[in-house]
Write a new protein. Structure first.
Length: 442
């Protein structure tokens, strides 16, 4: 980075071009993301056309936007012509309207038609992340004919490692790899080599489920078919990884009570950050007033035994932490597919047993501490019973609420730490004072 900036300041573009030629495209895109608009454009223009398209596809969206603004029509045409179809579609989706017009005006008509077709699919569907650039074969071809076709059309395809065999109606018959072709006799028919038990994706399948399939099967690409089983595209592993990353980021934001955003941390203004955070903070703050109302209701218990107040933070924190542990594990299990909504009783039974063991250990430790520190067995018993009941309740809520959200077609991450903690705080106070009133006879 320092060397590139130094060469830019010296206007030593010939040496800079040589330096860039020896670098990986991913590293170049990362460096361009860090440069200002003028320097980014200079570095980008020093790349050869094939390399420039690859670097461009890896950049952050705001960097691509700045570059498109700075490019001439011919430069846009060169870049777009080298980009794969799914990358151009993503570019069109994320750019402002004035730049979309510039991009489409410099896109070949056939590519523009394909982009419009891809844009028709729902945003969260497999169709929205697939590409139509793949190599298809016919089952009556020989291995030699298959290689001739790969050489003819494979250069502009996103992947040629997995090949798709279709019939005259473009229905998917099977798949075959280049490795299998290389190891076969040149006169062997494709139908003798293909794998007809094909794992495929429907165009309307949720893209998060598509990503899970890649994680399960370890494929480099998967075929996408329409409702009539016709091959319409493929999803590649790099697009599946992008989906996984986006979904993970979204879940983290929701779990932290932040409204998800596609923009990066530094690209969002202070006002935008505030908008994405304040709604949930207001909801959680106002819901916490219920806890205050309950505490006010038990003023007489405070007056009789003031020391009860000192244990409130410990009980609320312990309950919130236990609930957060359970909800985090369940949300993670739902995300990976290990846990399903039908497992609710199985999950709850496991968490109850964990809660009883955890509750007993916490109750005994605190009971011994209180008995020694305050020489009050009854107080130790109140705290111990409250801890046990609070842990059982919080772990039950922590596992059930995310599963309920999933069942209601909501994101389970909503039921994460902030919300669970607020609910458990209220419940733990109710348990605490009811146990205290009953045992102390207040």
């Amino acid at each position: 980075m320092e060397k590139i900036i130094e060469l830019l300041r010296q206007n030593n573009f010939s040496e800079l071009k040589l330096l860039l030629a020896d670098m990986n495209q991913a590293d170049i895109s990362e460096i361009i993301d860090e440069l200002d608009k003028e320097d980014a454009a200079i570095v980008f223009r020093l790349l050869n056309k094939d390399e420039a398209a690859d670097v461009f596809s890896r950049m952050e969206s705001d960097t691509r936007e700045r570059l498109v603004e700075a490019m001439t029509d011919d430069e846009v045409k060169d870049v777009v012509s080298k980009l794969y179809l799914d990358d151009v579609t993503d570019l069109v989706e994320e750019m402002p309207a004035n730049l979309v017009k510039k991009i489409l005006a410099n896109t070949a008509s056939d590519k523009r038609t394909a982009i419009n077709e891809l844009l028709k699919y729902p945003e969260d569907s497999a169709g929205s992340i697939m590409t139509t650039e793949f190599v298809d074969l016919k089952e009556n071809m020989t291995v030699m004919e298959a290689f001739d076709r790969i050489r003819k059309i494979g250069k502009d395809k996103e992947t040629i490692y997995t090949l798709y065999v279709i019939d005259d109606q473009r229905k998917l018959v099977g798949v075959i790899t280049v490795k299998e072709l290389l190891l076969a006799d040149k006169d062997t028919k494709i139908k003798e080599l293909l794998e007809d038990n094909v794992i495929k994706i429907n165009t309307l399948m949720d893209k998060e489920d598509v990503a899970k399939m890649f994680d399960k099967y370890d494929f480099l690409a998967m075929p996408v078919v329409d409702s009539e089983d016709r091959l319409v595209g493929i999803v590649t592993v790099d697009d599946a990884m992008d989906v996984m990353q986006d979904e993970a980021s979204e879940d983290f934001e929701i779990m932290a009570a932040v409204t998800p955003s596609d923009e990066s941390y530094f690209d969002m203004s202070v006002i935008e950050h505030t908008k994405h955070r304040i709604v949930w903070l207001l909801i959680l703050m106002l819901s916490a007033t219920i806890t205050g109302t309950i505490i006010t209701h038990y003023e007489e218990a405070f007056a009789s035994i003031p020391i009860l107040v000192s244990f409130i933070p410990m009980l609320m924190d312990t309950g919130g932490n236990c609930g957060s542990q359970a909800s985090t594990l369940v949300i993670r299990g739902l995300a990976t597919g290990e846990i399903e909504t039908k497992d609710v009783f199985k999950v709850w039974f496991k968490e109850i047993r964990v809660a009883i063991l955890v509750g007993i250990i916490l109750a005994v430790v605190n009971g011994v501490r209180i008995a020694i520190q305050y020489d009050d067995i009854l107080l130790a018993l109140v705290i111990g019973i409250t801890l046990l009941l609070t842990v059982i309740l919080s772990k039950s809520l922590g596992c059930i609420l995310p599963l309920a959200a999933k069942k209601l077609k909501m994101d389970p991450a909503i039921m994460a730490s902030p919300l669970i903690t607020t609910v458990v705080d209220t419940c733990s106070i109710l348990i605490y004072f009811n146990v205290a009133v009953a045992l102390f006879g207040i």
